[in-house]
Design a protein around this ligand. Structure first.
Ligand SMILES: [Zn+2]
Length: 77
């Protein structure tokens, strides 16, 4: 039979091991987070791509500025 004191002692050991595991996991993740933060610069590129998209005057589809890619578009030679 387990006495309440033994159960509390067992839970205390489990809690200490769990806190130690979380502490070591946090120490391993911290250097990765600091490296990933400066690389987040994809928002500027998405804004430039939106400017190059124009509406085709013939088929009224939003296409890239280079030319309409629709096969049925009359503007496409
Ligand atoms: Zn078109």
């Amino acid at each position: 039979m387990f006495s309440p004191a033994k159960i509390i002692g067992l839970l205390a050991i489990l809690w200490i091991v769990w806190m130690l595991f979380k502490f070591l996991e946090r120490r391993q993740n911290l250097p990765r987070d600091s490296q990933d933060t400066p690389n987040e610069s994809a928002g500027a590129d998405a804004g430039q791509q939106a400017v190059d998209v124009v509406e085709c005057s013939s088929c009224h589809k939003f296409v890239s500025k280079g030319g309409c890619k629709d096969k049925n578009c009359p503007l496409r030679s």
